[in-house]
Design a protein. Structure first.
Length: 110
């Protein structure tokens, strides 16, 4: 493996390349997919009621992050998407996901 091969591989991780790959894979449709939403909700509820609070918090954090990215991709990111509210969805959704994660893991005790 040469340096040019490594540089070419790392070009796939540029922000515009990542956003394009996410759009190509259809991640923007996850917010309306009932199988995804139901599956994440079922996993969170099962792990929470079994007493696995850390795993429930982890799954809710990952699921929330995926939903926030999905919403941001569907609204559009970049300079054109900033005026359409894509940035506010990303920031606001991130804050909600982090708050839920902290609440499940550290604040809520029984």
């Amino acid at each position: 493996m040469s340096w040019t091969g490594i540089i070419d591989y790392l070009q796939n991780f540029r922000t515009d390349q990542l956003v394009q790959q996410l759009q190509d894979r259809g991640i923007d449709n996850l917010t309306t997919n009932p199988w995804f939403l139901g599956g994440i909700l079922a996993l969170i509820l099962i792990t929470y009621f079994m007493g696995w609070r850390a795993i429930a918090g982890f799954i809710s954090g990952i699921g929330g992050f995926i939903l926030v990215v999905s919403l941001a991709i569907s609204k559009g990111t970049g300079m054109a998407g900033l005026s359409g509210g894509g940035l506010w969805i990303l920031v606001g959704g991130g804050v909600v996901v982090i708050f839920l994660f902290i609440y499940i893991l550290f604040i809520k005790t029984e």
